[in-house]
Design a protein around this ligand. Sequence first.
Ligand code: NAP
Ligand code: MG
Length: 476
Amino acid sequence: MELPERLFVDGGWRDAVGGRCLSLVNPATEEPFVDVAAADVADMTAAVESAQRAWESGWRDLAPGKREALLHAVARKLREHQEEIAQLERLQIGKPISDARDEAGLGARVFEFYAGAVTKFGGQTLPVGRGGFDFTLRQSMGVVAAIVPWNFPFPIACWKAAPALAAGNCVILKPASLSPLTALKLGQLAHEAGLPPGVLQVLPGSGSTIGDALVTHPLVRKVSFTGSTEVGRRIMELAARDIKRISLELGGKSPNIVFADADWQRAAETSPMSVFANTGQDCCARSRMFVERSVFEGFLERFVAVTRKLVVGDPAKDETQLGPLVSAGQRESVEAYLDDAKVLGTRFVSGGVRSGAKGYFLEPTILLDVKKTDRCWREEIFGPVVAITAFDDEAAMLRDVNDTPYGLSGSVWTSNLSRALRVARAVQSGVLSINSHSSVHVEAPFGGFKQSGLGRDLGMGAMEGYTELKNVYVGE
Ligand code: NAP
Ligand code: MG
């Protein structure tokens, strides 16, 4: 399998002017396996200028049917290369291969959805009071910067690039330094599918080197970001200078609420993967579990039993459910939380230790007696760690659920319909599932309340976030 090693700019592979590179390490083996060119500010500037040229010289005015066909062609290419994309994802971040295949398929599905959106998304005609004729236009913005993280590198790259392109923008995709390979592959395959040079460019490069300059570049009209709340806040501050459009999808500390009247056995069997999937490196991870006291012991017993059977190990094997953490640094960051928990006398029911001779593995960890003031309760750990607590009273539990700066996702398990709807309304989060742990649907909006973000990815609504709304009035 050929590994992409250079920047994908203006329709081809380019070296980075500064000669910097990112040295990628396979997190399952701790072995370095490729050096990828890392953009400098000069590379970024050239790419933004190329994107602007591509937008002005044809992409923004392309007939919608042609843009639709091109995005379908991209989706077909992604499907043809699904296995290769999955293997690149596995190599660079240790994603279990079965998940990586699903996510490669999801990326293709996202392009199909937004290919369809091109010819179904538009403005309105409005009956204005003074008569005449009034209509709205949804216009492309120009150059969009998509800055994406390493936990779901390929699908998130697709779910930012596809609607931005569908709406008629050109995209600069900046992958995380740990995961440039699948983003580069996307750039290459999209070009092979027929996207003109400059329409979708991929710029690996350190966020601290090119991030600020990319966000503040005057030709970049919109920044779409997924990552930490800290970097999201910085982007928002920088964007304020030019009133730049931004959308942010940030951290989470999502609840999983299990009532005694639920099919709590099913909840217990499915809940481990709601927090441990992707080794807990998931902004939707249900890292705080609230279980009604009368079923707490039974729930915990099953939850622990299922967790102990999870297959942790070589991401290349079909049966593996949990791979390593993405990097040595990420594992150390998670372990620092566990060290804190130990000092505070937290009960470890399971996990908390490394596994395997090589690789950044950490056993799924179940904590009890975590106080509501502890770091493990309040902060996003981004690793395979869950805190489980019992509750007696719905109203008090909901106060605890909402006592967090985050509000991304969550689950509620109950067989009582009115309770399900009441609690769904009360939880302060942008996404919620009832008797399910599913959070992401291509057709539906995804994003957070409070410090979990601003704006929404996915669904038809994402098209609005990549367009400006113009009102045109024609006098009589
Ligand atoms: P991060 O720093 O927010 O990285 C996300 C993206 O932002 C990467 O592409 C990163 O590039 C880029 N970036 C970094 N600094 C930037 C800047 N000043 N301007 C513009 N872009 C910049 O996240 P991280 O450091 O990888 O992870 C730290 C924590 O963030 C995690 O432990 C987790 O809690 C949270 N996180 C959340 C999500 C999510 O899905 N919401 C995803 C990832 C991380 P580089 O990789 O080159 O730095
Ligand atoms: Mg960072």
